[in-house]
Design a protein around this ligand. Structure first.
Ligand code: URA
Length: 233
C-alpha cells in the first residue's frame, strides 16, 4: 500500500535531515563572519566598541579568572534578527566567538532551515565569559551582565529577538515562566529604546540532548520565518 504524505511532513523530514546531517562528523560552525566584515553605521560600531570595552573592564567577576577570551558576538550588527544564548563553552572561549562548537553547528543548521545565516542575524550570550565546566551562570552573574546585555540589544535594535533556552528567557522575561510553556509565542518588549518582538525557543544544546523536542523548535522556527516575511526583513 502506498501511503500519501502531505507537504508539511515533507518539510519536516527535510528539516530533520538538515539539522542532523553531518553533525557527528563536523564540529565546526558554518558561515561565520567577524563583525568587521560588515559595513555598519559608524555610530553603531562606536557604541559596540564602547560596550565591549565596558564589559572588558567589569571588575570582581569570577568568570574572568578562568576564561581565556571575551565572547562578545558574531554575525551582522545591522541584522534585524538577534539571538541570545546562555554563555560561552570551551570552543567559544578558545575562539572568542559565540556558538562555534557542536551547539553552534546545530544552530547554523536551524537557521539555514529558514534561510538565515550569520550574515543576516546577530548572536550574543547572557554572559560574555565562559562559566567553568559549562555550568549555568549564577543569578549574580546574570544580574551583573544584564545591563550590558540590555545595552547590547538597544545598540543592535533588532525587530525580532530570539531567546535560546531558559537562561536567556529568564534574563529577559523573568523567572516566573517555564520554557515549555513560554516557547513558541510572540511578545512585544521595550528594552531601552528598542521595541522588539520576542520569541523563546529551545537552546540547541538542549535539542541535542532531547531530539524529540526538535519538532517544537521547528514550529518556533517557522514562526520566525513568517514574522520575518511579514515585517519584510
Ligand atoms: N551555548 C551558548 O549558550 N552560547 C554559546 O556561545 C555556545 C554554546
Amino acid at each position: 500500500m502506498v501511503k500519501k504524505i502531505n507537504n508539511n511532513t515533507i518539510k519536516l523530514i527535510k528539516y530533520y535531515n538538515l539539522i542532523n546531517y553531518n553533525l557527528i562528523y563536523n564540529n565546526q560552525a558554518i558561515n561565520r563572519y567577524k563583525n568587521n566584515t560588515f559595513e555598519i553605521p559608524e555610530n553603531k560600531a562606536k557604541n559596540l566598541d564602547k560596550l565591549k570595552n565596558s564589559i572588558t573592564n567589569i571588575k570582581n567577576c569570577e568568570l574572568k579568572k578562568s576564561a581565556t577570551n571575551i565572547v562578545f558576538s558574531d554575525g551582522n550588527p545591522d541584522a534585524k534578527i538577534m539571538l541570545i544564548g546562555e554563555g560561552p563553552g570551551a570552543n567559544e572561549d578558545q575562539e572568542g566567538l559565540p556558538f562555534v562548537g557542536r551547539a553552534g553547528t546545530l544552530l547554523d543548521k536551524m537557521l539555514a532551515s529558514i534561510s538565515l545565516d550569520r550574515k543576516n542575524v546577530y548572536i550574543t550570550n547572557v554572559v560574555n565569559y565562559r562559566p567553568p565546566e559549562n555550568r549555568r551562570p549564577t543569578e549574580e552573574e546574570i544580574s551583573r551582565y544584564l545591563p550590558y546585555l540590555k545595552k547590547h540589544i538597544e545598540i543592535i535594535d533588532p525587530k525580532i529577538l530570539v531567546l535560546l533556552g531558559s537562561t536567556a528567557m529568564n534574563a529577559i522575561i523573568g523567572n516566573r515562566v517555564v520554557i515549555s510553556k513560554a516557547r513558541g509565542q510572540w511578545s512585544e518588549k521595550k528594552i531601552g529604546e528598542c521595541k522588539t518582538s520576542v520569541i523563546v525557543t529551545f537552546h540547541p544544546a538542549f535539542l541535542m540532548r532531547q531530539p524529540a523536542q526538535k519538532k517544537m523548535a521547528w514550529i518556533d522556527l517557522k514562526m520566525i520565518r513568517e514574522r520575518k516575511s511579514k515585517l519584510k526583513i
